[in-house]
Every structure is written in C-alpha cells, then in structure tokens.
Design a protein around this ligand. Sequence first.
Ligand SMILES: [Zn+2]
Length: 325
Amino acid sequence: MAVWWVNQGSTFAASVKQELLWSPDSAVPSHWRHMREVQVGDLVIHYAQGVRALGVVIADARGWPRPKGFNSDWDDAGLMVRVDYRVFDDPIPLAEMPVELRTDQIFEGPFNKNHGVKQGYLWAATTEIYDWVLERVGGPAPAAADGSSGGGSTGPGQPEGQTHHYSGTVDVVFEGVARGEQAALRRFLFGTATVAECAVCGRLLPVSLLRAAHIKRRSACSDDERRDFRAVAMPACVLGCDALFELGWISVDGAGVVVAVGELSGDAEAARALLIGRTCKAFSDWTAPHFAWHLSKASDSGLSPELVAMALPEGAGSPEVELAR
Ligand SMILES: [Zn+2]
C-alpha cells in the first residue's frame, strides 16, 4: 500500500465530481509515470492550494479519454485512476504541515528543498504525511464526507457512502440494513461510474453486470470487517466470475493470482481456464487476508457446502442479503 500526493490545481473540482485522477499517459516525466504504479487500496493526498481531500484508490489505472474540466492542451488520451474521495470542508494550508514532513528527501516526493510543493501531477508521499492530515481533520469517516456526487441513490442507511468505513448499522434488522450496507458498498466500489472492471476477468462491463462480491463470506466477517469496504469486497461480474468465486471453483493465491480449485470438465473448465493465472485487480494488503480465508475454505473442502449455500439463493436479492439470515 503506497501513499501518493496529487497536485490537482484547477482540475480538483472536476476530479472530485468524476471520482478520478487523470493524466496524459507517458513514462516521462516521472510524475506522470506514477499513474501506472498506483494500485487498488493506495492512499491519496489531494492538493490544490491547500490539502483538500484524502482518497483511496478503488481501481488501477486504465486508458481513459481526457475528462471534462481538464486542460485541452493535453492529449485526448490518458490514464485514469478511480478514487474514492473524502473532501474536507476547508482546505488545510500547506504552512500548517510541519516542515519536517515537507522534506525533499522523499524519493520522487512532492516537496522541494524550500519545503514547498513541486510542479507536477502525481508524487510519492509518506504514511507520516497521510497520518498527519488524517489527524488534522479529525480522524476517519466524519459526517462531512464529500456530498457533491449525488449521482447514485441517496436513500437512507448510507450516510458514509463516500468512505471506506461504513458506519451505518449492519446487524440489527438484517434484510433492510444489509441492503443499505450493500448499496454503500456498491457505491464505494463503483462510485458514479456506469462502466467498471471485473476484478477477476478484467472485462469492462456495465455496473449492472457487476456484483459487490464479498471475498470472505459475509457471515464469517466480524462487524469491523464488514465495515471495512477496502478489504471486504471486489467487483465481480455475473458473466461467470462471481459464481465461480462464490462456489469456490476459483480463488486467489497469496500473490494475487487467480487459481483453480477442484475439478471441472468440458465447457465449464474451458470457461474457468480463461481466468487462471490472471492477476486479481482487487488484491491488496487489505484484501489479502480475506482472499487467504477464501482460498483455505475452497481448498480445504473442495466445493464447500458453505460456499455453495452462499451462491444459491439469488432470487430475492444479492447473496450478501440472503447470507445475513
Ligand atoms: Zn469477470
């Protein structure tokens, strides 16, 4: 998990609205090359005349046309990284940040020798800087999460939809509440996007064909685990990946690689074979323990009855909702 510093200048508002980072796709200079190094789960400090937001990367870089609100002098083609923003009410002036944090000794970092911010888009930062900002704005998941993107549903039960930590009730009245959690989880994974990437097969699909699939079975998760959206779920398509994963025919190993579990034959094996060896885009320091749980469950018992039960009841709603019984 890396921490990044992004200088967004006049593109900040447009970036928040569209829930992304974007730059031309180039290996030179390094501050653009960094876009290729960003991974799901990385943390972002957003700077635009002050520190304006913290973010969590929710999808790796992919080719993307220049978004609205970006300098039209730049190429039309570039790289986009999907970010879940938490925008502050007021920017934090750079001068408030302790000078020892603003050092030019950070490799490919954002600061010059005068402790000011360098030109350039995306720079490496440190957890010390991130933690200082977090502390300065008063800890995780305030009620003042960015409310600017009302694109999705704004129903009850998802006041924290913009953060990775869901503070609504998850366990009182299962059906409605699990749906609230599920809606917030989808919002975390997909933002306002209409198209997103399946973490297993990598296909870009309408979000209606993607599930917010729990990596570790929801009923096996502690309350805290259920609330940590960075760790608990991944986008998985209903065109095969979601079912193969939930049934335990595929899992993800400790290196983040999709592996086969158990024997399939014929067309089912052919479909599965297309996925084996791919890098799961949802693999991160946060999700790794949950994938380890899934792999051990799938491997221990082959086609585990628990996993089968998890995937079967789909009629009334998401598997997550059904599982909550
Ligand atoms: Zn898929």
